[in-house]
Design a binder for this molecule. Structure first.
Ligand code: TYD
Length: 209
């Protein structure tokens, strides 16, 4: 049995990742390729429980290192129980955010070094990396309009951080894509869902069944 492909979708808030995950899964299934859609933090019951701890807006919030450990713990459960078994069954895994979100948010925006975030990932998840990471890049004005429509200006604990935090996150993602061009495909996320989906399928062409 051929191992499935592991595709991660990354980008800031309002980048359209979840819509694109759904469109990609539909396109793969139409070609006869079994796939699972999942998300982080979350994807398994344990990781969803950690998600509630991370993103809830009750209480005083987490120290940056505790936050990074919780993301790594959620990811460890997700990788072990859902991602690896699906890949071994030959399914594709389409994951809305993965370790590059921890590198960008807890590293780039949150004060840990990239090496520290990657150490946590090595301990928690054997350093598993996606076969391809789709990075959705959207102009700030378009993001602002989408978030106002989606959240009615109510964001989660991390989404609600200030503009300079989100700018640091976007800059970190761009740096990762430049450093590892073979693992990243940069997708212009400004267009309609169908236009962005066309960009996704072009980027995936070399991997498609
Ligand atoms: P979610 O509602 O899934 O946001 P979005 O729709 O923007 O993807 O919430 C996930 C939030 O968690 C988002 O603000 C990014 C943040 N996050 C991290 O800070 N580190 C991580 O490792 C992951 C996976 C997410």
């Amino acid at each position: 049995m051929m191992r499935g492909m592991f595709i991660a979708l990354e980008g800031g808030e309002g980048a359209g990742k979840s819509t694109q995950a759904r469109l990609l899964a539909e396109a793969l299934r139409a070609r006869g390729q079994a796939c699972v859609i999942t998300r982080e933090p979350g994807g398994t019951s344990g990781a969803e429980a950690i998600r509630a701890l991370l993103l809830g807006t009750e209480g005083e919030g987490w120290h940056p290192r505790a936050e990074a450990l919780l993301f790594a713990a959620a990811r460890s459960d997700h990788v072990e129980r859902l991602i690896i078994p699906a890949l071994e069954r030959g399914e594709w895994v389409i994951c809305d955010r993965f370790v590059d979100s921890s590198r960008a948010y807890q590293g780039g925006g949150g004060g840990l070094s990239d090496a520290e975030v990657l150490d946590l990932h090595r301990i928690g998840s054997g350093g598993l990396l996606p076969d391809l990471t789709l990075l959705f890049e959207v102009s700030p004005a378009i993001v602002a309009a989408r978030l106002a429509a989606r959240d009615g200006d109510q964001a989660d604990r991390i989404g609600g951080r200030d503009a300079s935090y989100h700018a640091a996150v976007a800059a970190a993602f761009a740096r990762f894509a430049e450093a590892e061009p073979e693992r990243f495909a940069r997708i212009n996320g400004d267009g309609s869902p169908d236009q962005v989906h066309a960009g996704v399928m072009t980027a995936l062409e070399p991997l498609l069944p």
